[in-house]
Design a protein around this ligand. Structure first.
Ligand SMILES: NC(=O)c1ccc[n+]([C@@H]2O[C@H](COP(=O)([O-])OP(=O)(O)OC[C@H]3O[C@@H](n4cnc5c(N)ncnc54)[C@H](O)[C@@H]3O)[C@@H](O)[C@H]2O)c1
Length: 392
């Protein structure tokens, strides 16, 4: 089977789906790689390194789509809502597509992909199980986003992070608050701690308290309890507006005392809850920084402008998204390893094994033979259940 790696087309995207180091593993599984010329260049992987590991380079994107049995991308149409649609005419029936597809985004996009007869797998739907851990691209990218959010905040803050005792006096450490302690939040805690900040963290899921403590941060206890805070997959459940109102009221004091607030609170398929209001921003000291990692899904701060850095009363609010793309070398390396583990799982003796009794395949399979076949998605989009579909 031939695996194609097109050049990413989302504006500013610097990652690539596969890196040269994974090619020998793919070859062992019977998978050859063709790369669109220059696809790895921005991530630090020149064409020559792919060729040295046995890949073919094609200059023409359309030819790459014609040649490949499997297309691997970072941001496919769906996740790439800017330029992704241009790839639609290039797909062939029964071609396999693997990447970020933003499955809970819009039913029209997924219907478009299904309409091409593509067998599409969405990495966002990877189960959060021990078996699937090596294939979990969402965790890989969140790890990078959490790390980078802290660097961005440190750069924007007019203070240093660590405590220093110098001949010119003592410098007090920066106070950092992390709201939302999933993969990105925990990495943000660890990174801020390494830079010497005093870190507090809060999450609706009480289960994370121990993890927060083990990273050397204080867990902010609020005297409110979320109803069924965590679903069976480990994700946060949406709460009612009264809960969010109380949460904002109680968080206000901690936010006002922080130099940096990094928010990562998202609920799958839902608009992100507003946890930092404009009144709370007004209560922060000038020079403080908010980095809102939920910006693309509405933002956790009421004033966040998605994709922008703004200043309100001296408080810097950063709503940049797609941060993993700003660390393209390691983001691509991690993503390539996740995809390779998935490909090796999917292909036996050079042939695709579509065993939908397998949870990893069933949960990630989005479209096949012209239909949206994913049970969870059909439920979310209120489509009638398919007679033959597995339960996701
Ligand atoms: N292989 C594995 O077992 C595996 C891998 C990765 C993640 N996980 C688990 O999956 C879960 C989700 O992780 P994620 O990084 O995808 O999270 P996420 O990106 O969906 O959400 C980020 C965090 O925001 C929190 N949040 C949501 N609403 C909030 C609110 N109103 N106030 C405060 N916090 C709020 C969530 O609880 C979550 O911790 C976690 O339990 C994580 O440990 C498991």
């Amino acid at each position: 089977m031939i695996v194609g790696v097109p050049r990413e087309s989302y504006p500013g995207e610097r990652r690539v789906a596969l890196v040269p180091a994974v090619l020998p593993t793919l070859a062992k599984a019977g998978l050859e790689v063709v790369l669109e010329a220059g696809a790895g260049a921005e991530a630090g992987y020149p064409d020559a390194e792919y060729v040295a590991k046995g890949a073919k380079i094609l200059a023409d994107r359309a030819e790459l789509f014609r040649t490949a049995d499997v297309i691997t991308q970072v941001l496919c149409y769906g996740a790439n809502d800017r330029t992704g649609k241009a790839d639609l005419p290039l797909f062939r029936r029964d071609q396999i597509l693997i990447g970020f597809l933003r499955p809970l985004g819009s039913v029209e996009t997924i219907t478009d992909i299904a309409g091409k007869g593509v067998t599409a797998f969405s990495v966002e739907l990877m189960p959060r199980s021990t078996r699937a851990q090596s294939m979990d691209a969402l965790s890989s990218m969140s790890t990078i986003a959490g790390y980078k959010a802290v660097l961005i905040a440190a750069d924007a803050l007019p203070k240093m992070f660590p405590m220093l005792t110098t001949a010119a006096g003592t410098i007090t450490p920066a106070r950092v608050l992390i709201i939302g302690c999933g993969v990105a939040g925990l990495q943000a805690i660890a990174t801020a701690r390494r830079l010497g900040a005093v870190v507090s963290a809060y999450d609706v899921r009480p289960a994370v308290k121990e993890q927060v403590h083990s990273l050397g941060a204080r867990f902010v206890e609020l005297p409110i309890e979320a109803k069924d805070a965590q679903d069976a997959r480990g994700y946060a459940r949406a709460q009612d507006e009264e809960f969010y109102r109380k949460q904002r009221e109680l968080l206000g004091k901690v936010v006002a005392e922080s130099d940096v607030v990094i928010t990562t609170a998202v609920v799958p398929g839902k608009k992100s809850p507003v946890l930092v209001t404009k009144e709370m921003v007004a209560g922060m000291a000038p020079g403080s920084v908010i980095v809102d990692l939920a910006s693309e899904r509405g933002g956790n701060c009421e004033l966040t402008k998605a994709g922008e850095k703004i200043a309100v009363n001296g408080v810097t609010i950063i709503g940049w998204f797609n941060l993993a793309s700003t660390v393209p070398y390691h983001a691509s390396q991690m993503y390539a390893r996740n995809l390779t583990a998935f490909l090796v799982h999917l292909v036996k003796d050079g042939k695709l094994q579509l065993n939908t009794a397998d949870e990893i395949i069933r949960d990630t399979l989005l479209t096949q033979s012209g239909e949206i076949v994913n049970a969870r998605l059909r439920e979310v989009f209120q489509l009638p259940a398919l007679a033959t579909q597995g339960s996701a």
